[in-house]
Design a protein around this ligand. Structure first.
Ligand code: HEM
Length: 108
């Protein structure tokens, strides 16, 4: 019997964008933060020089921190708005949510 395989897109465009902005900004924070934390180590001196010197590294770290904080806030606000929209969205689509006692429909 041939199985038909269907794929569904799990995350929408803004969720994917949030995810990547958060991933990149945190990675940049780690890359610029760790050599500042261990500034006297050889590898840290090398990394700071490779990134254009300590002043540049500090500016990049601070800029990434602002981006990271904003995207973190946007994720929280987004999840909150999805949560508050969900019941009415389900109702619009005529979907009823079953309670744990599956004989009764939960009020949503
Ligand atoms: C692996 C992650 C991180 C490491 C190792 C790290 C390390 C550091 C270090 C060592 C400093 C002090 C720099 C100095 O002495 O001037 C610093 C400053 C700072 N970090 Fe991070 N950090 C990390 C992640 C973050 C995150 C997630 C945020 C914000 C969401 C952040 C925001 C800041 C800010 C605003 C400063 C002050 C900037 C400055 O004085 O130049 N850092 N970080």
């Amino acid at each position: 019997m041939a199985e038909t395989e269907r794929t569904y897109r799990r995350f929408n465009r803004s969720q994917r964008l949030q995810h990547w902005v958060m991933t990149v900004s945190f990675t940049v924070l780690a890359i610029t933060g760790l050599p500042q934390r261990y500034a006297l180590a050889d590898w840290a001196e090398w990394m700071i020089a490779a990134m254009g010197g300590i002043e540049t590294v500090r500016i990049i770290h601070r800029a990434s921190a602002v981006i990271f904080i904003l995207v973190s806030l946007s994720v929280v606000l987004y999840l909150n708005s999805v949560k508050s929209r969900t019941p009415s969205a389900l109702r619009l689509e005529g979907i009823r949510v079953l309670s744990s006692n599956t004989t009764n429909n939960a009020r949503i």
